[in-house]
Design a protein around this ligand. Structure first.
Ligand code: SF4
Ligand code: SF4
Length: 426
């Protein structure tokens, strides 16, 4: 195994190949706090890419309800258990130290110690059974049992209070993370999986693949899928024709546009970009890029299960109301800080949040023009303390790949009053 640096676990780790990094990396931030589980993203993806024979149960994009939902069933719990067993057998623990460095083993390191049943030795994983892929919405809207006081009629008699609810659920939006150290790629004995140099998109070469399903077994997020009809594996392709600006109907100028799932998001929870990478595997400093600002400067968006070690490139603003211990297991250290930053957003964060789904072209740079103060209030932080929040009606401008303005919006949505005539017209 080679040594590579994984910035999400803040240490070198073992990976079957030497690190090789693209010029730009496909990345995205999802604001969990705003998702309404309408599944518009899911259907936009399905109707574009997975509507053929053999793809009936294939959802490259899915939105599941946590803690009980999962597609395939219990994918994260199953992998966490495998990882725990590997740690137990080595008398190690899956902990993070004070500097946010992960002390435990990743799925690559655990595989060196703990072979799975069928002898897979490069990545710790498991192959879900067919039935586990059949119900993408299992557990939808189901909160865990709660010890809240109830009245004689069985209704909750205690008010639910922030900072976190005793009973909770939230929606987790999932697609391939186009990881920097893809487990699917590491496990493929045919070398059929590759990461594109121009945008870091991870693809399966359909001609080389022989359907051994090693990628399905290895991907910790279970985002490589097997097509029983064609007998080869498939996965999200990050709508690369759109990233390349090749769809003349939507990009006559040939600039990059967001994927189908991103650009159809009704809840305006998604912001997708192509971030600059440097050859040491880190994101190049680019504070005018909204994704760089959210992930590396403000640190309000966190990766999903960073301890798995694949360095995923989809980042999440964690939900305010869910228990912090559950969220820390899912997003690693930094959850409380991220939630507090979102709860009392800085002036810049408030403006950048307006860019989410404001238009279709990929935003490479933003600029803020200051406006007047419009609102002031006190909010409750994770530790129960209070903080003052001031909101300004700033204007944010986004620029596309060619440096042209592609969006201009304000923090406060303008209100239009309908004229008395044509009252019901649309
Ligand atoms: S999420 Fe899974 S399928 Fe996608 S790049 Fe990472 S390991 Fe591969
Ligand atoms: S379209 Fe947006 S709001 Fe609707 S389920 Fe998908 S991510 Fe959530």
């Amino acid at each position: 195994m080679a040594k590579v640096y994984n910035w999400q676990i803040k240490r070198d780790m073992n990976y079957p190949y030497k690190g090789k990094y693209p010029e730009r990396q496909f990345a995205s931030v999802f604001n969990i706090n705003r998702c309404i589980a309408c599944q518009t993203c899911t259907m936009a993806c399905k109707s574009t890419w997975t509507f053929s024979k053999g793809q009936e149960l294939m959802w490259w994009n899915n939105v599941e309800t946590k803690p009980y939902g999962g597609y395939p069933h219990f994918w994260d719990i199953k992998l966490l258990k495998l990882l725990q067993t590997a740690h137990d057998s080595q008398e190690k623990s899956m902990t993070w130290n004070g500097e946010d460095e992960y002390n435990g083993m990743t799925i690559f390191e655990a595989a060196e110690k703990q072979k799975t049943k069928n002898g897979q030795s490069r990545v710790l994983g498991y192959l879900p059974e067919d039935k586990e892929w059949t119900k993408p919405n299992i557990g939808e809207d189901a909160p865990p049992q709660t010890t809240l006081k109830k009245d004689k009629m069985g209704f909750v008699s205690e008010p639910i209070r922030l900072p976190e609810h005793k009973s909770f659920f939230f929606y987790l939006q999932r697609l391939c993370n186009h990881c920097s150290y893809p487990a699917c790629l590491a496990a493929c004995p045919r070398k059929a999986i590759y990461k594109r140099e121009e945008d870091g998109v991870v693809l399966i070469d359909q001609e080389r693949c022989r359907g051994y399903r090693k990628c399905v077994e290895a991907c910790p997020y279970k985002k490589a899928m097997y097509n029983g009809q064609t007998k080869i594996s498939e996965k999200c392709i990050a709508c690369y024709p759109r990233l390349e600006g090749k769809d003349k109907h939507i990009t006559p100028d040939g600039v990059s546009v967001e994927t189908r799932c991103m650009s159809s998001c009704v809840g305006k929870i998604r912001l997708q970009g192509l971030v600059k990478m440097s050859q040491d595997g880190l994101w190049s400093k680019d504070e005018e890029n909204p994704l760089y600002w959210l992930v590396h400067k403000e640190k309000v968006a966190l990766p999903l299960y960073p301890q798995f070690g694949t360095e995923p490139n989809i980042f999440y603003i964690p939900p305010r109301w869910a228990p912090r211990s559950y969220l820390t297991q899912m997003f690693g250290p930094g959850v409380e800080e991220a939630i507090d930053l979102y709860t009392a957003p800085s002036r810049e964060l408030m403006a950048i949040l307006q860019l989410f789904r404001a238009q279709r072209e990929v935003i490479y740079r933003y600029q803020i023009k200051k406006g007047p103060k419009i609102y002031e209030k006190e909010v409750t932080l994770s530790d129960g303390s209070k903080k003052g929040l001031k909101i300004y009606n700033d204007t944010i401008i986004g620029y596309n790949e060619e440096g042209k303005e592609c969006v201009r919006t304000t923090v406060e949505e303008p209100m239009y009053e309908r004229p008395a005539t044509h009252f019901n017209s649309i």
